[in-house]
Each structure stands twice: as structure tokens, then as C-alpha cells.
Design a binder for this molecule. Structure first.
Ligand code: SIN
Length: 331
């Protein structure tokens, strides 16, 4: 009986962490690799890119290697995934650039409010000499950047209308684990609450926090709009992901396999960045169709947000690196 209970528990666990069906295509004898991420839905740019990467590896390295995709924090959530990569428990990740604060301060440049006019400017920076050098700024830790995946601009949502930063005064906002993001919320006269992505919906619903900041894809696919008064088109940051692996894993591959893998990673990165704007437009319209409220800002309201947040640049310029900040601001 005890044995049966154990078997049932093991089966339940296996089902609970089963990878995305379409991407789980491993045959006997293939090297099984895992891609863990925290997002979900079908219209999310990271979901599409991760599945596309897995499908290409499973086809083009058939018999040699396969990729299983674990979305929605089902294998590892925010707090564990980077450590798991170093331990070899997962081989591919695409965390938000805001989640690397304990490894490097340089990527904090992506969190500086209003540093990028729009997604094109952010993507230009990722392709610049400085941006490319940041891709492998954590080589000493054992992380290898395979490419930047742009995810969209970020917007504030809250349980009351937000038109100027004064409206946010006294509210509590969930942020990613980024010191820059925390300082930005404090500059609005609000309180930052760092929290794993998987916990955000529940925290908004139970009013543990009043608001959050994210892309249309995350606001739509995680249904944040359902438990918020509305979302304001602040466009205050670009969210982007570091599509990554570990040096140990890459070094363990035969040169021809590594070369094929890198080519697929590069193709998928280009494809992901080419389609992200259309995906974001779709997620935005899906929110509106589902009854979510989206507020736009006039020039004076936008200026009030910029003015409130600009002091954050000075606060972090030195630790990020003045040259990096300048290159990003000029992109
Ligand atoms: C993600 O898009 O990967 C999550 C972003 C967040 O934690 O807000």
C-alpha cells in the first residue's frame, strides 16, 4: 500500500512538472536538455521562442540532443533557476535582465527608467558594441549569453487609476529583484515589494500589493488586468531576456554539435526579436477585448513620470558604469 502511495505520488509529480507537450520530443539515446522559464500562455514571445528553439533542436539534432521545455515556473521559479543552471539541473533559461543583480550590476542599465525611447532603441543598444559585451558579462560565473530576446515595453498597473506619479504615492508595487527597480518605485513615493513572478497574480488579487509593472504579454497571459483597475501606458522601461546556457554545458558538447546549437540559437533569437512587436500588439488588443482598461498619457503627464524617475539614473550611474549608461541613452 505504502509502495502504491509512493508510486502515485511520483506519477502526480511527473504530471505536475511535465514539459510542454509539443516540445517534449526526446528519443532514447539522445542527450536530454531542459529549458525552464516562468511565463505561460500561447501568445507570449518567450513561450513562442522557447518552443521554437526546442522544435528546431529536436529536428536538426535528432538522434543527438533534444530539448524539453518547462514553462510557468513548473521546474524552477525565479529564485532557483540561475543556481539550477550552474548545478547542471537545467541547460537553457531566458530570465528577465532585471534578475541578475547578485551576479552583475552592469545589466541594471536596462532598468533605468526612460533610458530607451522605445523598443527599437532598446534593441539597437543590445546590438551595439556595449550591448554585445554585456551579453557575456557573467562569464566568470559560468553563464553564457546566447542572445537578447526583447519582450516589450513596460507599463504600470494598479488597483486605482494612475495618470501621474502622484497617483502612485503610498501604494505598494511588486518589482523584480532589481535595486534599480526598487529605487524607481521609491522615487514615485511608493513602496517596492520584490517578489517571484509566479506569485504576482495572487498578491494582486489578495491586495498584498496594489500594483505591478510589466509587458502586455505578461499582463495578458497571467491575467493581471483582471485584478487591477487598469494599466497605464507609461513605456518606462524595456523588458528583455537573456537567452542563456552554462559554460560547463557548452564545453561538454562536440564542436559540430555546439556549432549547430549556436546557429539555431542565433536564428531563433533573430526570429524572436523580429516578431515581438506584433506579439505585443496582439497581447494589448487581447487585454482590451477581454475588458481590461488601458490609459494613455498626455505630454504633461508623461513629463511628470520622467521628472520623478530621472534622479534614479544618478543614483546608479557609477555602479552600472557611466559609459554603459551613456551608450544606452544614446541608442
Ligand atoms: C518574465 O517575463 O520572464 C517575468 C517578468 C517578471 O518577473 O515580471
Amino acid at each position: 500500500m505504502k509502495k502504491l502511495a509512493h508510486a502515485l505520488a511520483a506519477t502526480a509529480l511527473a504530471i505536475a512538472v511535465a514539459p510542454a507537450a509539443m516540445a517534449n520530443d526526446c528519443d532514447p539515446g539522445e542527450r536530454v536538455t531542459k529549458f525552464s522559464h516562468v511565463t505561460g500562455g500561447t501568445t507570449h514571445p518567450k513561450v513562442v521562442a522557447a518552443n521554437s528553439f526546442a522544435a528546431r533542436v529536436n529536428k536538426e539534432l535528432n538522434g543527438v540532443m533534444c530539448v524539453e521545455v518547462y514553462p510557468n515556473s513548473t521546474l524552477f521559479g525565479d529564485s532557483k533557476e540561475l543556481e539550477a543552471l550552474l548545478l547542471g539541473d537545467v541547460q537553457f533559461l531566458a530570465p528577465s535582465l532585471s534578475k541578475f543583480g547578485s551576479y552583475t550590476k552592469k545589466l541594471g542599465v536596462f532598468d533605468l527608467p526612460f533610458i530607451f525611447k522605445d523598443m527599437d532603441a532598446g534593441m539597437r543598444f543590445t546590438q551595439s558594441k556595449t550591448g554585445k559585451s554585456l551579453l557575456n558579462s557573467m562569464e566568470d560565473v559560468g553563464f553564457v549569453g546566447l542572445g537578447y530576446w526583447a519582450a516589450g515595453m513596460k507599463y504600470f498597473s494598479a488597483n486605482k487609476p494612475l495618470l501621474t506619479p502622484a497617483d502612485a504615492k503610498g501604494l505598494k508595487f511588486r518589482v523584480q529583484t532589481s535595486d534599480v527597480a526598487k529605487a524607481m518605485i521609491a522615487a514615485m513615493g511608493a513602496s517596492p515589494q520584490p517578489m517571484a513572478f509566479a506569485e504576482v497574480y495572487g498578491a494582486l488579487q489578495t491586495k498584498v500589493v496594489d500594483g505591478q509593472e510589466n509587458t502586455w504579454a505578461n499582463i495578458y497571459t497571467k491575467k493581471f488586468f483582471e485584478v487591477q483597475d487598469g494599466t497605464t501606458e507609461t513605456n518606462h522601461q524595456m523588458l528583455a531576456y537573456l537567452f542563456m546556457t552554462s559554460k560547463e554545458f557548452l564545453d561538454s558538447l562536440k564542436p559540430d554539435v555546439r556549432a549547430k546549437l549556436m546557429r539555431i540559437a542565433n536564428d531563433v533569437t533573430i526570429e524572436a526579436n523580429n516578431s515581438v512587436k506584433a506579439a505585443e500588439a496582439l497581447n494589448r488588443s487581447n487585454i482590451v477585448k477581454a475588458g481590461g482598461t488601458i490609459r494613455t498619457l498626455n505630454a504633461a503627464q508623461r513629463k511628470a513620470w520622467v521628472d520623478a524617475m530621472m534622479p534614479v539614473w544618478k543614483q546608479f550611474e557609477k555602479e552600472i558604469g557611466p559609459d554603459i549608461v551613456k551608450a544606452a541613452a544614446n541608442s
